[in-house]
Write a protein that binds this ligand. Structure first.
Ligand code: ADP
Ligand code: MG
Length: 259
């Protein structure tokens, strides 16, 4: 694809707790499902970038991850590939309707609302659309259905899309909260992975409150969810977010530029 990763050579890996991640050298070593490996090849990816070499095994080992690496270093695939790969085996089982007494009492039809397994929160519409197009490539033949929602987009169309079924939800925070407030459209009770992309862009003053709303308002089952923070920089408010919401034994990866 003509992407030059040769300037990304210096990798400082900081790991907290008992985490010990051995980087992979090739996508073939990542233990990916054949369909996922095929999607990686179809995307034109031949070798993993430094952040991907560490992120794929770290996420596979079920750690929460903070990954800080410069723009263009392949962070999107670093979380999409291992998360989608982990879910594809479980897609059918997790997507099968489970009785939810509360929803039943309120007369909510669970068959027509979205109950995603992954939520990827993106600060801007541009990023959300970009991540969605990447997610579509990696969802091919996995049974996982990606969906994107963002402010300024057509609400009814996004709603209809959600109600067709969504396993992988890419969302801007505002629109995510809007839809979460409507239990007929969206529930986060099945979420297994919560990713914040471009976390440093997201952390304006209101974001703390948005994050609390997303965490508490979505019936998220804390113990069942892995949290991931991806960013180009790691300012104080990002560190606070990580401290407050990520598991104590999370893995922190930082990729630097050589020279
Ligand atoms: P970041 O989020 O770190 O800014 P992106 O995930 O947007 O970076 O990736 C930058 C570009 O590199 C995208 O066009 C993406 O498709 C491409 N890319 C990512 N990983 C690889 C890889 N392993 N091999 C080839 N191209 C890749
Ligand atoms: Mg990115």
């Amino acid at each position: 694809q003509g992407v030059d990763f040769s300037n990304i050579t210096e990798l400082e890996v900081f790991q907290e707790g008992p985490a010990r991640v051995d980087p992979i050298a090739n996508f073939e070593d990542a233990g990916l499902h054949p369909a996922m490996l095929n999607n990686v090849k179809l995307a034109g990816y031949e070798t993993p970038t430094p952040i991907q070499r560490y992120c794929l095994p770290a996420i596979k080992m079920c750690y929460d991850v903070v990954a800080v690496a410069q723009t263009g270093s392949g962070k999107t695939a670093a979380y999409l590939i291992p998360i989608l790969n982990a879910l594809m085996g479980k897609a059918k089982k997790l997507a099968a309707p489970r009785p939810n007494p509360a929803a039943f009492r309120e007369g909510i039809d669970q068959a027509v609302r979205a109950e995603p397994l992954v939520v990827i929160v993106c600060p801007s519409r541009e990023l959300a659309v970009q991540v969605f197009s990447e997610a579509r490539k990696f969802c091919y033949r996995t049974m996982l259905r990606p969906c994107v929602i963002y402010g300024g987009g057509p609400v009814m169309e996004q709603r209809a899309q959600l109600q067709k079924g969504c396993d992988v939800l890419i969302a801007s925070p505002g629109r995510l909260i809007d839809f979460m407030n409507n239990p007929h459209v969206l529930s986060l009770r099945r979420v297994r992975y919560m990713v914040v992309d471009e976390a440093d862009e997201m952390l304006h003053d209101d974001w703390k409150q948005d994050w609390d709303t997303i965490m508490s308002g979505g019936e998220i089952e804390e113990g069942n969810v892995r949290y991931m923070l991806f960013s180009a920089t790691f300012p104080k408010n990002c560190r606070d977010l990580a401290k407050n919401h990520l598991a104590e034994t999370h893995v922190r990866l930082r990729v630097g530029r050589a020279g």
